[in-house]
Design a protein around this ligand. Structure first.
Ligand SMILES: [Fe+2]
Length: 254
């Protein structure tokens, strides 16, 4: 399996290009608008095409590179079922598989940071028949968990989002084996979390033991700690969400 992490220091976003060079098919997860040409040239250098572009969730802190990347490559867009975007895409159901040659991606519904959010479990069948890597988006970060407030609205209160996130993390992500490699959507400097590490990768086992947000005895304790300490919202949050929902370039407000 080919696998590269791309870091954008300005927004502290991590994105991923990976897949099967034997089948010459690669995927991008959580494409950043400023890195579209970088993904394309990295794929070209491998002699592979980008055939799938996936989002873990509708982003609220940065403009997604998905629409531009789909336009440039002809790849299929994949978003979690119920993302509510206004452009054509394949809605991924919980548990659904996406095959790129020897690399297989499985969607794992992990809402809470966003109302719909998928982590992606990655199996490299050249190495083994079990998952090796989990791309956790903004659900589980390295040293923290995603903030619960950015996508809360109406009957979905921030507290309810925090409870949902707790169930996603404990029921789905921490149910994975300790050796699974964790690749998150952000690292230190992002407004999407508080105590994020500057090291943009970890394992399920290390986060289970050392992630401060997970050192709690109960859902109540997790929720109380998460609500106590919410960082300021990202600049231009509403415009960024509208842009990503529409799949068009960001219109700057004066
Ligand atoms: Fe996010």
């Amino acid at each position: 399996m080919f696998f590269r992490q791309f870091l954008n220091d300005e927004t502290a976003c991590a994105s991923y290009l990976f897949g099967c060079n034997t089948a010459a098919e690669l995927a991008v997860v959580d494409a950043h608008v400023d890195l579209v040409e970088s993904y394309i040239s990295a794929a070209e250098a491998q002699g592979s095409r980008i055939s799938a572009v996936l989002e873990t969730h509708l982003q609220a802190d940065h403009v997604s590179g998905l629409p531009k990347l789909v336009e440039r490559t002809g790849a299929t867009a994949y978003l979690p079922e119920g993302s509510g975007v206004d452009f054509g895409h394949h809605p991924l159901a919980d548990g659904e598989l996406l095959k790129l040659g020897n690399t297989v991606i499985q969607a794992v519904a992990t809402p809470g940071h966003a109302t719909v959010h998928h982590a992606y479990l990655v199996t490299d069948h050249r190495r083994g028949e079990e998952p090796w890597v989990v791309l956790t988006g903004d659900a589980l970060l390295v040293g923290d968990v995603g903030r619960p407030d950015l996508h809360a609205s109406g009957d979905r209160s921030v507290e309810e989002m925090a409870r949902t996130l707790y169930r996603s993390i404990t029921g789905r992500l921490l149910a994975l084996p300790d050796h699974l490699l964790v690749y998150p959507g952000h690292f230190a400097g992002s407004v999407c979390g508080r105590g994020l590490s500057g090291h943009p990768a970890s394992t399920i086992g290390f986060e289970r033991r050392h992630n401060e947000a997970l050192q709690v005895e109960s859902e109540e304790e997790f929720v109380a700690a998460l609500l106590e300490d919410i960082p300021p919202a990202p600049a231009q949050q509403a415009q960024i969400v509208a842009t990503n929902r529409a799949g068009r370039p960001l219109v700057e407000t004066p």
